[in-house]
Design a protein around this ligand. Sequence first.
Ligand SMILES: Cc1cc2nc3c(=O)[nH]c(=O)nc-3n(C[C@H](O)[C@H](O)[C@H](O)COP(=O)(O)OP(=O)(O)OC[C@H]3O[C@@H](n4cnc5c(N)ncnc54)[C@H](O)[C@@H]3O)c2cc1C
Length: 419
Amino acid sequence: MAELEPSARVAVLEAALCGEGPSGRNGGFLHGYWSSLTRARRVFGDGGALAVAEAASAIVPGVREFVERRGVDVWLREAPMLEVSAAPAQDEAIDAAVAAARDLGVEEEAVPVGRGELAERCSSTSFRRGVLYREGATVQPARLVRALRAAVVDAGVVLHERTPMIRLRRDSPNVVETPRGRVRAREVVIAINAAAAGWRPLGRRLTAFGSYVVLTEPVPELLEAINWTGGESIVDGRMFLHYFRTTNDGRVLMGSGSGPIGFGGRIDERFTADAPSVARAEAGLRFLLPGLADARVERAWGGPIDVSADHFPFFGTVPGSRVHYGAGYSGNGVGPSWLGGRILARLALGIEDELTALPLVNRSVRPLPPEPIKRLGGGLVRGAALRVEEAEQAGRRPALPLRAIAALPRVVGLRVGTR
Ligand SMILES: Cc1cc2nc3c(=O)[nH]c(=O)nc-3n(C[C@H](O)[C@H](O)[C@H](O)COP(=O)(O)OP(=O)(O)OC[C@H]3O[C@@H](n4cnc5c(N)ncnc54)[C@H](O)[C@@H]3O)c2cc1C
């Protein structure tokens, strides 16, 4: 906003410290929407899916340009992203991703990869086949968020950390109340991630899920041994997906989007201290990368994910007000929040252009059930889906009742998990 309209007076109210939320502790995957074409076609149609993926193609060059201009090192490493199948039930998603890109005439964005090439990029006996998305990069997220914070301050934005919004009065001007003062503002942008599940205008459109990661000690020699030296970021085909990458200091980060489901907008220890989720991330590391059996896990942590019913974000303005919102990144938010920031700046400044015309903006999102049904139903489905995926990975056929419960959301057009 400050870049587009230097005369605008902008203040950021941050409940904690910038980057204390997921932006400072995510897996660092930087990717837009080429890997989501199958779903995007269903939600936005072919033209809309292409428009969203093409707009998001500006993310990696945009972050590159930002770090070069600012002269900061955020460990940006550009390399393709791989999606691998690690169980027969995951093969279909790989094939569908390739077919979607081919149907839309962008086959270079999702290229099938056989076992041989997979082994050259990252050798694992668990990988069956894969698809290579040429768009991809990784960052060290805390470095990126600190660089963004510094840029915001340099742009003259007033930053108030440890200043939560405790109430918002939608008015003209709007009034944002904090424990120690209030801000009057003609335009307000709400960008509070999973906490928005507790904000009335968005509560029915979001649910919060936990995502957890483990980080190994530096193991450059083991990475050499499995040929994983090209910096590829990798995800598997599970609904509660595993996401894994190498770091600039030779470690491996393995994430599992299988954390607990939240209640409303409450961000509590479910998202930071859930030992079974940490154990699942480590089990994923051992299963997906058997060549790293000797790598010691040094750190583990988690955070909340703002999940929408179709797993795409949404941006808009609360009807009859000048309060704008963006949420629903659903676990893929590092790159998309770069795009989201541009969209939100335009909404607040009243600018209409190709970004505000994207189908992510002012769209209707399928509502989720109210609490406590959302928490209870989501928890039931999550438990069943986890057991189904674990059975599939172990080569067993999951019990029919479990499969039926896990499939429930799809029957009514919703998705659970963080994919
Ligand atoms: C473990 C984990 C791994 C992930 N891995 C990846 C990945 O590899 N790639 C990827 O693309 N995405 C990943 N994600 C998701 C990604 O981190 C998020 O989508 C993204 O960081 C969201 O950015 P944001 O600015 O919307 O939210 P945040 O970074 O969470 O910022 C929102 C801020 O709002 C503040 N806030 C909340 N309530 C209030 C209030 N009332 N008043 C004032 N401030 C408030 C919070 O303190 C927070 O700092 C991961 C998430 C987690 C938890």
